[in-house]
Design a protein. Sequence first.
Length: 538
Amino acid sequence: MLSSLLLGFSSSTLHSVRIGHRRLCTVLAVCSSSWCCVFRLPPKHFFLSYGDRRRVAACSSVSASVRQTAGFSGEDGGVEPGEGFAGHGHGGLEGLDSSPQDEFLSLLGGARTSQAVHQFLLSSLGEVGRKRVSKVVCGAGKELQLVVLNHLQPAVEIIGFRMGELRGLSRWRSRYLGVGLDETLVDNAVEKAGMLLVQVERFIRVLSSVLQQFANFFSWLLKCVKQLMSEPSDQLLTYNRELVVVFLKFLYDQDPVMQLLDLPEADEEIDIDLETMQRVRESVQFGGFGDSEYLQRTLAKEFQQMEHSFKEAAQMPFSTISKKILCKNLLLLFPLTSVSASTRYIPISLSFYEDASEFASSNQTHEVGFTDYISFQIPDESFLDVTNCIAVVRGFMNDLSNVKQGRSLEGILLCIPPGYYCVDLALYKEHQIVMLLNKMNDTRENLGDAWMMILQASDLPFVHISGTTWENNWELYQLKDSILHLEMENEKIRSIPHAVVPPLSVSASRGVACVLAARKRALVYILDEDEDEISDSE
């Protein structure tokens, strides 16, 4: 943002910087096209690192260049930004071409500001503008920190813990290899989960460092604005000069945070110094992980690799089928051509009811039989000429008692009234079906209210369904010519003044139904009473 605002600023350009070392001092030689100067540093700089010496050289060179151009002498080396401005005015440096970073470095060195810099800091930016930019940048960084610390990091830790549990189970090959838990694939997934946690930790450190750099830069910028306006700046927060130089040199026109969040191209990698890569390769020898190039990947790329490893581990085919599973019959309900919003949640309910009739067994003893009821919603995409329908099937038992007793599979299709859509359903006592209906418009947008409908399943005109063994011959499709259209006026209904969401819970022993509505409401209705008998059911 600041780079685009300062594209037209200018300053002097240095040609070379040299650093030499002697026993008692460190010598900096700074040369430009028309002059050359030497800086002699005191012994306190003996133990500066190579990077620190380069930064000191950069600061000194920029400061010397600007001072020579602006007419400062060598004795003014300790002038604070703005202290030397009063005697020399704010004249611009015409004809110079430099980057915004050089302009800020010149200002940091205590040089006279150019007309463009002076106008920008006092008129275009100002104290209010600086506060606004600082609030936006630092506020966005803190919000991102909260998201990572409160959501991303705990989630990654839980993923790593759960994958560690699967890793322990996968080592019991005789028991879990048959169900698709392969030790090699799970080990790879565990390693990728650990690498993602490392990437999250690195992202937190980078984000904290960037926020600190921005806060320090804005503190220095505020002090510059105060001094240019000849206002007292003693009560302002202190800043670190070296951090300002690092910010302008390495962070001003770069975005390390976005670099970690982006998904790079296949051949793009993060540059890591050779010393760090060598330490990582040496750490691989201790065990625990085998990937030595994880630091060269971004956080988004690491998450993508972890997701891929999870899919590989989860898609391991099963090779063992439990002998306890015994399938005697199969009922094809409806085809699913694709997964859509309407097929992600399909209401279905299964229950057994005691049959009133008595069936004679082979030993002439009387036994009480049970009739099974299966009710479910048929997606509109399954059949072309069957829309917004509920299917109810009875007589489908896991044994062959129905065939021996001469009874067959029966079913019926119930068409929901126009303008309503079934949210969920449940089988209730005494062969009853409880349905939740949301009122919808033509585009299936919720209109804000709902209804509860109770049907007597035993009174429905069930139709015989002939059995078939062909996979593509859907038995329920035979009922398309005998669809029963429901009408709100002829059924037992209860009004719900809110839009409802699944699931629907019913209790036959208590005779109540629990309905979940919008805005986290939970409504309890008494099913054995009419709506006229009880006005307030919440």
